[in-house]
Design a protein around this ligand. Structure first.
Ligand code: 5GP
Ligand code: ZN
Length: 118
């Protein structure tokens, strides 16, 4: 369920402090410690799933929950609504995908440009 060596499992457990955005039975969301954008938070499953590469059909409900939660939390955290506002969702996977923390996480990034290039 959780991995005692995992930094994000420790954040969920409150062993490492974080600025919480949302918590429910299945997910935890918190501000990124090194934001790339004016609004930058992470949504993570409470279940320790190392990456997108580890997903199985039993995770479909969980991933759907994270996807549908992201737009609500983005507005809550100050992103302007679609289409003039909006946000970028990123799921880095594996070393060549830029993944550094091996507990699946969804980056939600938004706020006024010019932080977003390309
Ligand atoms: P990745 O490169 O794995 O997709 O992204 C990991 C993200 O986790 C990075 O943006 C990094 O800033 C963030 N991060 C790493 N350690 C911590 C931490 O202890 N607390 C918080 N709030 N964010 C962290
Ligand atoms: Zn973990």
């Amino acid at each position: 369920m959780s991995d005692s060596n995992c930094i994000f499992c420790k954040i969920i457990a409150g062993q490492i402090p974080s600025r919480k955005v949302h918590e429910d039975e299945h997910v935890f969301a918190f501000h990124d410690i090194a934001p790339w954008a004016p609004v930058h938070f992470l949504i993570i499953p409470k279940l320790h799933v190392p990456s997108m590469a580890h997903l199985t059909p039993e995770h479909q409900g969980l991933m759907g929950h994270m996807m549908t939660l992201a737009p609500k939390l983005a507005l809550q955290e100050g992103c302007k609504p679609y289409p003039d506002g909006g946000y970028r969702i990123v799921l880095n996977t594996g070393a060549e995908g830029g993944q550094e923390v091996h507990h699946l996480h969804m980056h939600v990034m938004g706020g006024p440009r010019p932080w977003l290039k390309g």
